[in-house]
Design a protein around this ligand. Structure first.
Ligand SMILES: [Zn+2]
Length: 155
């Protein structure tokens, strides 16, 4: 019994999503692996509800509460990230590499975009009162959110 569990675990960990979850210190349950697969298959930053609906359409019988709880755990463990869109909805993202977002006010879609890294290095938090760089503020990451109308290029 124990040996077969080990074999199953080893087979499962050949899946990069399961490996990522295990490396983050979480058990790679079927629900978590399915959530990460669904997020990696899209770049549109779905909400928990949209993700739960997509998993349902793929025939994955994962309850909405399970999707919510596991999204939280995956964010906490650093397997995925989340952001809040301008409509206040929490959205989820499997892209961990540094990137910025463009929120389309017309469609509600969120697109991944990049900003010149040299420009990002120049940005410093300025104290609104003194107009000088904030002392003691150690920047770990700069997140820029562009908001506007995004028109898909015409083919
Ligand atoms: Zn993103």
């Amino acid at each position: 019994m124990r040996a077969s569990i080990r074999v199953d675990m080893a087979r499962d960990l050949e899946d990069p999503a399961a490996r990522k979850i295990a490396d983050a210190g979480l058990r790679p349950t079927a629900a978590r692996v399915a959530i990460v697969h669904a997020l990696e298959a899209t770049r549109d930053h779905p909400s928990a509800d949209v993700l739960a609906a997509r998993l349902g359409m793929r025939g994955k019988r994962i309850g909405r509460a399970t999707v919510y709880q596991n999204l939280e755990k995956l964010v906490e463990a650093g397997v995925i990230t989340s952001l809040t869109s301008s409509d206040g909805l929490r959205r989820f993202d499997a892209t961990l590499e540094a990137h910025q977002h463009f929120v389309c006010t017309e469609s509600g879609h969120i697109y991944d975009v990049h900003v010149d890294p040299q420009l990002l290095r120049l940005l410093k938090p300025i104290d609104p009162a003194s107009g000088k760089p904030v002392k003691g503020a150690k920047v770990g990451q700069v997140r820029i959110q562009f908001v506007g109308a995004w028109q898909e290029p015409q083919a």
